[in-house]
Design a protein around this ligand. Structure first.
Ligand code: ACO
Length: 319
């Protein structure tokens, strides 16, 4: 089977950082309550003139510049998001035009919520394998601040905006495997444009305890499913990058797996939960901080609304 490797990353954050103390001015909450339950201290919200589109363009541009390949080499462009600027045109098509990507390639958005970036990476791999093209651009982006009910302290403190991107290269004989899954349910729900047609705005709602149970079982399940396909242990993996929903979810899993906490990257303290952007953002931060070295093996795990889950074993190999 052809696999993919990550050859560059990029990211973009809005200009406005919102601390827990800032939110405590709006709803009845505190830094202590939010941080002890989620590991989040602050997050970014889009300011005037910023949107999922502006973030996606910047993150993609950064990843492409770092890749040392030409735009003409890109064989597909996929954006994972649940908060695009428009139902149509897709963010991916608008990024394509802005960055001058080729026209004879598949370009589209994909919604698998917080598992979206991994879904998009595997979809890109499949498309590249079929087309025989070598490189793909995959972006995870969210502007969740526009679908947050700022009167609901149970949800508005959890999420943030941001974008991450990766350029991937398709090749044979790579350390690569993926598992994708889903089971329909409304544990995390945002009614979207249809129910908002009467003028009412639609917001994210969530059954927090049910999501906690789902998330803490989805991560070990993805690892187990990958293990059925590839002979590996966590000792073989340099970094585990889970969807950055909540620090307690990751801590719970580390304990359950008796794993080394140092392998599990966390950045929700300053980014919050950025859904489809979170794994891509984490990879880009790790890249810039020098944590990623060529040849390192990564385990990515996503879980989220849908409900969806996704696991991926992939190599980092900067051009
Ligand atoms: N500040 C202060 N008090 C709050 C806040 C807040 N921001 N939010 C809720 N509370 C109150 C509630 O009103 C409730 O008060 P009550 O006992 O007087 O009724 C009390 O705190 C406990 O509320 P719970 O909802 O039971 O809080 P819980 O301990 O379950 O923590 C949390 C909530 C952090 C969301 C937890 O359920 C959780 O971690 N869930 C995982 C879900 C998650 O992280 N989702 C992310 C998005 S989905 C995804 O990415 C996959």
């Amino acid at each position: 089977m052809s696999g993919i490797k990550i050859i560059s990353t990029g990211r973009a954050l809005p200009s406005k950082s919102v601390t827990n103390d800032d939110l405590a001015q709006i709803v009845d909450t505190s830094d202590e309550w939010i941080f002890t339950r989620t590991g989040i201290h602050s997050r970014y919200f889009c300011a005037e003139g910023e949107s999922a589109l502006t973030l996606a363009i910047k993150a993609a541009d950064n990843a492409l510049s770092a890749s040392k390949i030409t735009k003409d080499d890109i064989g597909c462009c996929i954006v994972a998001t649940l908060s695009a600027d428009y139902a149509t045109p897709s963010l991916a098509c608008l990024v394509q035009t802005e960055l001058g990507l080729p026209e004879d390639i598949p370009v589209f958005d994909l919604n698998a919520a917080c598992s979206g970036f991994i879904y998009a990476m595997e979809t890109a791999r499949s498309l590249l394998t079929c087309s025989g093209k070598k490189y793909g651009l995959v972006i995870g982006v969210e502007q969740l601040s526009k679908i947050l009910d700022m009167n609901d302290r149970g949800t508005c403190v959890l999420f943030g905006d941001g974008a991450g991107a990766a350029v991937i290269e398709c090749d044979d004989d790579l350390f690569y495997e993926s598992v994708l899954g889903a089971k329909g349910g409304k544990e995390i729900c945002c009614p979207g444009v249809n129910e908002g047609a009467n003028g009412s705005k639609s917001y994210v709602s969530m059954d927090g305890k049910a999501v906690f149970r789902f998330a803490t079982s989805a991560i070990p399940k993805c690892i187990e499913m990958l293990h059925e396909k590839v002979d590996f242990t966590l000792d073989d993996i340099d970094h585990v990058v889970c969807h950055q929903a909540n620090s307690r979810i990751i801590d719970h899993v580390i304990k359950k797996l008796k794993a080394d906490p140092a392998k599990f990257y966390k950045d929700m303290d300053h980014l919050g939960n950025t859904s489809a952007a979170s794994i891509a953002l984490a990879l880009s931060e790790m890249d810039d901080d020098g944590l990623l070295q060529n040849g390192q093996k990564l385990l990515l795990v996503g879980f989220g609304s849908g409900l969806t889950w996704a696991g991926m074993l992939i190599t980092y190999d900067k051009k």
